[in-house]
Design a protein around this ligand. Sequence first.
Ligand code: HEM
Length: 101
Amino acid sequence: MLVGGRGSLATKKPQKTVGSYWPHATTLWDYVNRAMPFDTPGSLSHDQVYATVAYLLFLNGIVSDNDRLDGRTLPLIRMPNRDGFVPDSRPDVGTKKPGRY
Ligand code: HEM
């Protein structure tokens, strides 16, 4: 799901969307750049990927229609669920101490 679901994660019917779940806007850019559109992955220019990601973030109420999305501003976006993840403390994962990340 791409849009919506804010506030639903801790309910019985969590909706994991870009807006409610994804912790980093840069992951969205990378995913769209590599894997979308599903039938022609890699067909979008970088500029088109920025524009599409800006639109998705706009639909999720994370950026406004005046915001400029580029290599400098994209990493500065704070996604709503940025602090909703915990580090995986299993030793083979490589996260040395729980709480570090
Ligand atoms: C440029 C336009 C598109 C964008 C920005 C886009 C974006 C995304 C994103 C962000 C996801 C991940 C959603 C999630 O896991 O929460 C996704 C998944 C998916 N999209 Fe697209 N999409 C686009 C076009 C398309 C088209 C045209 C199709 C079908 C022909 C498609 C089919 C899918 C499918 C099947 C998945 C699930 C893939 C999986 O979980 O392995 N997408 N898309």
